[in-house]
Design a binder for this molecule. Sequence first.
Ligand SMILES: Nc1ncnc2c1ncn2[C@@H]1O[C@H](COP(=O)(O)OP(=O)(O)OP(=O)(O)O)[C@@H](O)[C@H]1O
Ligand SMILES: [Mg+2]
Length: 271
Amino acid sequence: MARHSKFTNSPNTVKSARIIAIASQKGGVGKTATVTNMAVGLVSLGYKTAIIDMDAQGHIALSFGIKKTNLTKTIYDVLIGEAKMRDIKQHAFGVDLYLSNNSLANLSTKVMAHLNAKLFPAPKYLLRKAIAQINTQYDYILIDTSPSNDMQTMNSLLASTDIIIPVLPEGLSIDGIYETIVLIKGIQEQGEGSKLNILGILPTMVQDHTNLHHVKLQELRKEFAETPDIKVFDTVIKRAIRHGLAQTIGEPDIKKAPEYLSFVKEVLAIA
Ligand SMILES: Nc1ncnc2c1ncn2[C@@H]1O[C@H](COP(=O)(O)OP(=O)(O)OP(=O)(O)O)[C@@H](O)[C@H]1O
Ligand SMILES: [Mg+2]
């Protein structure tokens, strides 16, 4: 396999992964499908890639054909200091996976408990600490997030170098972009995220033939053309069963999702 890793040509540089969170405050916009297809796309191009699932729904496990009920330790155990990243690592379809299940929903209760305050002095930076254990092993680490503004999402954003915001070009979903941008800008302004760069907005589940999507997509492009620091990607992911297929049958395959490969190449050109 051809390997184009940006690190292979510079053996003297200590490598450090690009950490990309796929985030939107709106549910069901294709975050998990994007993480899954991007990861197998990056692997197909020779990049060493990992996924961290920071959503308690645990959909990354399903997307890679792994039963959530078979997981004894998850990212939750790492975040609360009861496991190391290497203890929970799984590998499927060329991607290293750091998975979650519904135990992750207990994070906030656990770390904010009065008795535990001393154990977790920096509860927003637990994921950043966990990633420090694996950072040098990868070219790209992708983080799947939940649509809520909870401790898991805050940890994800604060651990990331970059954010991709998927959007379905419809009214309510578009509204989700602004909520997400406000959240990110808040972090940038407080200087909390390392550099937290918004890589761009990815239109997903687009139905070209509908006038609504066509018009909304045009409006979106026009609006963000005036915002120099946020771009709408040229690549558009169409609504097609093939993109959700990985999640349904647990077998991600970039050859079946060629738009996502184009998307990965567009990201590589800027990241
Ligand atoms: N491009 C697409 N075309 C058709 N179906 C898709 C596409 N992308 C994702 N899906 C399907 O749509 C549903 C929602 O997608 P997905 O789970 O990726 O969204 P999400 O943003 O991660 O949702 P949540 O906010 O619940 O985590 C899933 O059933 C998925 O298989
Ligand atoms: Mg999801």
